[in-house]
Design a protein around this ligand. Structure first.
Ligand code: AQP
Length: 333
């Protein structure tokens, strides 16, 4: 039996990028891997690496958990929990920092990008974020980690950290493999298709929120930046806007790029965008209906309590063994 672990930080309103790159993918994997075990957490400790308003953070934490269930996650087959409620994440994060090099963290492109956006008052935790992420994963001996393409570098670091620990103290952590989807691994900003669609973006024009009203979603798709070539074809280097929309189209319909090109041959962008707007609105509309049902029921808290208890038991055991390996505290008899 394999173990799959993943998380999302409640640092903003969930986007179509998070849905396609992570949530939808996770649900599909769960369906295609019926004998495997799924751990999924809301990464609130990661969210506070940049300033968050307390009540909004709490609200978004619940939103992320409910959205996973709305997307079709099976609560009976998933250990769903909130990261900060399992204290071993932060503790292992510290232990792993002791064997992670500053140079390794300085190479992380996400840190470089984020620190460019916010010049003053950068937190130390934003810099050490990938080490906590490594802890989140190896604490549970994850075999696979489904993530979008933007997290690939962090996953490689996780593998390095786990391998280094194993070389020093003997085989102890499972070295995880990333699971990155072939299509939809990086959904781009609708207004600037050179950059990734991100939930913490200042302008909401470039991203589709999973909570946007459906007419706003349609409008955002229809006004997405394209080009003057006027042909629906997959060519990310010269038609990055169209390629991004085709990516979304392909994930939502299972049509290949060649099939989409064939379907819109000679038709220009208007019909393609209009059809895509309907597809996205219909997918998110259904999601929103299920979300409303879940958030209004008391079921979510029960699921999160039970997830926390199971995850805590597993995490406690692993961390105690890890501390013994390092030589911390007194020797256990
Ligand atoms: N644009 C995207 N396309 C595909 N996958 C994406 N993911 C995020 N954006 C895209 C995937 O969503 C999962 C959760 O991401 P996260 O919340 O942990 O952090 P992130 O990657 O930093 O996401 P955001 O939306 O860009 O958040 P902010 O703006 O707060 O930094 C991951 O699996 C990620 O790959």
């Amino acid at each position: 039996m394999k173990r799959i672990v993943s998380g999302i930080k409640p640092s903003g309103t969930l986007t179509l990028g998070n849905y396609i790159g992570a949530i939808k993918r996770f649900v599909e994997l769960q369906r295609s891997m019926p004998d495997d075990e799924f751990y999924l957490f809301v990464a609130d400790l990661h969210a506070i690496t940049v300033p968050q308003e307390a009540s909004l953070l709490r609200q978004r934490t619940k939103e992320v958990a409910a959205m996973y269930l709305a997307a079709g996650l099976d609560p009976l087959r998933t250990i769903l929990f909130i990261q900060s409620e399992v204290k071993e994440h932060a503790e292992l994060g510290y232990l792993l920092q002791c064997s992670t090099y500053i140079g390794e963290l300085e190479r992380m492109t996400q840190f470089k990008d984020k620190s460019k956006k916010q010049e003053a008052g950068l937190s130390t935790a934003l810099f050490t974020y990938p080490v906590l992420m490594a802890a989140d994963i190896i604490l549970y001996d994850a075999d696979y980690v489904p993530v979008g393409d933007d997290q690939k570098q962090h996953l490689e670091l996780t593998r390095d950290i786990a391998t280094r620990f194993n070389n020093r103290y003997g085989d102890f952590f499972v070295v995880p493999e990333p699971l990155i989807p072939e299509t939809g691994a990086r959904i781009m900003d609708l207004q600037d298709p050179e950059k990734k669609m991100s939930k913490s973006d200042e302008s909401d024009k470039g991203y589709i929120s999973l909570f946007d009203p459906l007419d706003v979603i349609r409008k955002k798709i229809k006004s997405a930046v394209t080009d003057s070539i006027g042909i629906v074809q997959y060519d990310p280097s010269s038609q990055s806007g169209v390629a991004n929309l085709m990516n979304i189209y392909s994930v939502l319909t299972d049509l290949s790029f060649a099939q989409i090109e064939e379907k819109y041959k000679g038709l220009g962008y208007a019909m393609f965008k209009s059809d895509l707007a309907e597809l996205v609105a219909s997918e998110i509309g259904a999601l929103q209906n299920r979300y409303q049902h879940i958030i209004q029921s008391g079921e979510l808290d029960q699921i999160l309590d039970s997830g926390r208890d199971i995850a805590s038991r597993v995490a406690y055991k692993k961390l105690e063994k890890c501390k013994q390996k390092i030589g911390l505290g007194r020797k256990r008899k």
